[in-house]
Design a protein around this ligand. Structure first.
Ligand code: SAM
Length: 358
């Protein structure tokens, strides 16, 4: 795999982190320069610095971080030749396919090799990944990268149409992952490649429900069981830091909140009895079609993160001593973005040999 040395050396592949959106791989070649909107850097200046260093540009325009590659960083930085799998899906698929150190795995197609890098690290040198790609130029490029990244012994890449010609191994692998436009055409072939003597697993990645349904039918027809479909969605958490505050201050805040609620209750009682006195029908300005309108008062009543009294210090601590201690809380954002595809999983369980009785 990639260099484990503490310091960057000539010939190393490093990851240059400029911003969250600008992350790129760089082969350290003394004599060459890196030019970006964050300044210019000589590769030779990066040789000998520890991985993780922050380096200022030669023309004072900015800085970069020089990082050691990992599969996660490679997924963020790799040159896209196809759509790729991202980390949320990669982690979920790896876990549900039970891929671990020593596993034998098939993937098709290889695409840009995003999933392949993570699998190679997980299975290690005692496992093996058979990867298949029917686009010849993509297959050659990925093979070149696997070799450059020291994964040539872990990954065997074959240029082949797996839907037509199947896989190159039989009764060998623990798991199959299909990221193809027509995975259903490869399911019978996958069954042949999976180990016969132990339970094995398959996952198909499909962008739409029609494809999921065709895949599920094919899995059923081939005798797979436990067919389950998942959608991986990213839900961001907003993390806030709250200062710990003395108990007396927290009590004071709670009392004020309580007082506000009580004032509102009294106000409502007064309004109801006035209505009764005036003999008015049961409508009010904030009640339309049975739905209560969201007034400023009701909005104020919502308990938001700002309303929750900050965490409280030990009651024994002096009330007038400001506490330097902070604590983190998180609020789940209602926005859920990041649908990529549906993941259909299934298992193939060996049938027990029938026992013959006398
Ligand atoms: N999982 C990959 C990654 O994370 O980088 C991306 C795979 S990409 C979406 C799908 C790839 O499957 C393409 O490169 C395509 O050429 C390849 N492909 C499509 N049909 C195929 C087939 N029948 N046999 C082999 N490869 C195929």
């Amino acid at each position: 795999m990639w260099s484990n040395a503490r310091d960057v050396a000539a010939g190393d592949l490093v990851i240059i982190w400029q911003t969250r959106e600008l992350i790129q791989p760089l082969l350290i070649t003394p004599g060459k320069d890196l030019n970006s909107r964050f300044g210019y850097y000589r590769h030779a200046d990066l040789v000998g610095i520890p991985y993780g260093s922050k380096v200022g540009s030669r023309n004072g325009k900015g800085f970069i971080h020089v990082l050691r590659p990992t599969p996660e960083l490679w997924t963020m930085a790799l040159p896209h030749r196809t759509q790729i799998l991202y980390l949320a899906d990669i982690a979920f698929i790896t876990s549900w396919l039970d891929i671990k150190r020593g596993s034998s795995v098939i993937e098709a197609g290889t695409g840009s090799g995003s999933f392949s890098h993570s699998v190679a690290r997980t299975i290690g040198s005692v496992g093996h990944l058979w990867s298949y790609e029917f686009h010849e130029a993509r297959a050659n490029k990925a093979r070149e990268e696997f070799s450059l990244h020291g994964m040539a012994d872990i990954i065997t890449l074959t240029h082949r149409n797996v839907c037509k010609d199947g896989f190159t191994v039989e009764d060998t692998v623990d798991a199959v992952f299909l990221d193809l436009p027509a995975p259903w055409d490869a399911i019978e072939h996958a069954k042949k490649a999976l180990k016969k003597a132990s339970p094995t697993r398959i996952c198909c990645f499909s962008p739409c429900m029609e494809q999921v349904l065709r895949t599920v039918s094919a899995l059923n027809d081939s005798g797979f069981t436990d067919i389950t479909m998942f959608e991986t969605l990213l839900r961001p958490h907003e993390v806030h830091q709250l200062s710990l505050q003395p108990l007396t201050q927290a009590v004071e805040k709670l009392k004020k909140l309580e007082q506000k609620r009580e004032d509102k209750r009294q106000h409502q009682i007064a309004r109801t009895s006035k209505r009764k006195r005036d003999d008015l029908p049961e409508t009010d300005t904030d009640n339309v079609g049975g739905k209560r309108l969201r007034t400023q008062e009701s909005a104020e009543e919502d308990v938001s993160i700002r309303d929750i009294p900050d965490a409280v210090v030990d009651p024994g601590q002096s009330a007038n001593q400001p506490s330097p201690i902070k604590t983190s809380v998180s609020k789940v954002s209602p926005d859920v973005r990041g649908h990529t595809s549906y993941l259909t999983f299934a298992r193939l369980v060996p049938t027990a040999p029938s026992t013959i009785r006398d």
